[in-house]
Write a protein that binds this ligand. Structure first.
Ligand SMILES: CC(C)(COP(=O)(O)OP(=O)(O)OC[C@H]1O[C@@H](n2cnc3c(N)ncnc32)[C@H](O)[C@@H]1OP(=O)(O)O)[C@@H](O)C(=O)NCCC(=O)NCCS
Length: 173
């Protein structure tokens, strides 16, 4: 189905319809875990990490579409190992797939202990962002053009997840 940008009242879309690669939307952020972000046992609050994930994913979605975006949803999240006070948390995000007005952003989160140099992946997340036009209505986004084999694999997996999410919402599950 060919989507007209005008359907969304979004004239600026014309110059952006060619699409962007995931590397053009990639964002990397690093945070130091402070006591204010931890529980009484010295490990990070999951909610603090989730806020950082939302922040970095949002910046990636904005880099892709060049518009205001809102978080529509985040898939389930599992923490594989604890993150401690003093650890550095590294978040890497990029847009895996774009639909008509929505984008799936993947975020990988790892922790680094600066005293030992050890690092490990602690979680990963998939979030959906929707671009908005000036009237705060969903606006068309450029397609994602995967370049590397890894990007092509992530694109195909994301496309499947988008279909599954739509079906679950349709069934109200
Ligand atoms: C996200 C939002 C803009 C969608 O608006 P809507 O009128 O339902 O829009 P539509 O039904 O036309 O869906 C627009 C796109 O979003 C996708 N979408 C909508 N709800 C979704 C959800 N819960 N999860 C994943 N994708 C979703 C649709 O599949 C569609 O994608 P496509 O255009 O790529 O095919 C609206 O629900 C909203 O404003 N939510 C609040 C967002 C917010 O404030 N977030 C911060 C959290 S406090």
């Amino acid at each position: 189905m060919e989507i007209s940008a005008n359907l969304y009242g979004d004239k600026e879309m014309d110059s952006e319809t060619k699409g962007k690669s995931p590397s053009q939307s990639s964002v990397e952020s690093r945070y130091l875990v402070m006591p204010s972000q931890a529980n009484p046992y010295g490990t990070a609050f999951g909610g603090a990490i989730m806020a950082w994930i939302d922040m970095v994913a949002s910046m990636s979605a904005q880099r892709h579409c060049g518009k205001e975006t809102v978080t529509a949803g985040m898939d389930s999240l599992s923490f594989i190992e604890p993150i401690r006070i003093g650890d550095q948390v590294v978040l890497k995000a990029c847009v895996n797939y774009a639909g008509t007005t929505s984008m799936e952003v993947g975020v990988q989160v790892s922790r680094e202990d600066p005293t030992t140099g050890s690092s490990s992946i602690v979680t990963s997340a998939h979030l959906t962002f929707v671009a908005l036009n000036k009237n705060k209505k969903p606006a068309a986004v450029p397609p994602v053009i995967p370049v590397t084999e890894e990007e092509k694999h992530r694109y195909a997996s994301a496309k499947t997840r988008v279909m599954v999410r739509k079906e679950l919402r349709r069934k109200n599950v």
